[in-house]
Design a protein around this ligand. Structure first.
Ligand code: KIV
Length: 271
């Protein structure tokens, strides 16, 4: 096997060093080979194969329906497209909440079958035992607190979490517990910026925010949202960097016109 020594790979240790150095961590979701290749070459630090695939790839209303096998398919495709960034794969709903053995088995299946570098799971105190077991087996775990979409039916709404003191205190406690359990990083989703800043300062592991303000150690966005593939989802925290929906619509309409008018293919575009 030949190893390209020129490529400096991002590891969980790199992220730890970035936190210490005050260098922000960039993370984006991806679900397939082609986009993973573009994001990796663009210099992204971390690709998250998110269970948001359930929404943006499969068209489900929530993240709950996606299966472990489907996550594995997406992760395998992403891993084939990257050569440098860290790939974190979401453990889907129902693949880890049963008990720590189930959680370990799901994490091992993902690592063995995808070539991903770490797993992510949602939840605090109640997942600490599973996190310890997975980390003890050698698999790095990223935590996820705040708005945890797999619990949407418990929350009943996608609004900001931990605005009340009791939930904020529980979140601070959970963040410390996840760190103690061995998480290498924690996603903080849709919580007040001041709370995210306090949690980030209290931990020695990095936090990655989404709708959690600028004091987190890094940021993550869902690729379909930041590239403007989705046009209906416009939460306040989202910065849209492209309007791919408009650009793709224009390109496809142009193609349709060229086909209908017999302009495509021309003399040079045939054999
Ligand atoms: O699945 C996902 O895309 C996520 C991010 C929103 C953090 O978990």
């Amino acid at each position: 096997m030949s190893i390209n020594k020129e490529i400096k790979k991002v590891t969980t240790h790199t992220l730890q060093k970035m936190k210490v150095a005050g260098e922000k961590i960039s993370m984006i979701t991806a679900y397939d080979y082609s986009f993973a290749q573009i994001f990796d070459a663009a210099g992204i630090d971390v690709i998250l194969v998110g269970d948001s695939a359930s929404n943006v790839m499969a068209g489900h209303e929530t993240t709950l329906p996606i299966t472990l096998e489907q996550m594995i398919y997406h992760a395998q495709s992403v891993v084939r497209g990257i050569s440098r960034c860290l790939v974190v794969v979401d453990l889907p709903f129902g693949s880890y909440q049963g008990n720590s053995k189930e959680a370990l088995n799901s994490a091992i299946k993902i690592m063995k079958e995808t070539g991903g570098h770490a797993v992510k799971l949602e939840g605090g105190e109640q997942e600490a035992e599973s996190i310890k077991r997975i980390v003890n087996s050698g698999v790095p775990v990223m935590g996820h607190l705040g708005l945890t979409p797999q619990s949407i039916y418990k929350f009943g709404t996608y609004t900001v979490r931990a605005k009340e003191e009791a939930e904020a205190n529980q979140l601070k406690k959970d963040a410390l517990l996840l760190q103690e359990a061995g998480c290498f990083a924690i996603v903080l989703e849709k919580i007040p910026a001041a709370l995210a800043a306090e949690v980030s300062a209290s931990l020695h592991i990095p936090t990655i925010g989404i709708g959690a303000g600028g004091k987190c150690d890094g940021q993550v966005l869902v690729m379909h949202d930041m590239l403007g593939i989705n046009t209906e989802f416009k939460p306040r925290f989202l910065r849209q960097y492209l309007n791919m929906h408009e650009q793709i619509t224009g390109a496809v309409q142009h193609y349709i016109k060229d086909v209908k008018s017999n302009d495509f293919p021309n003399e040079q575009e045939q054999y």
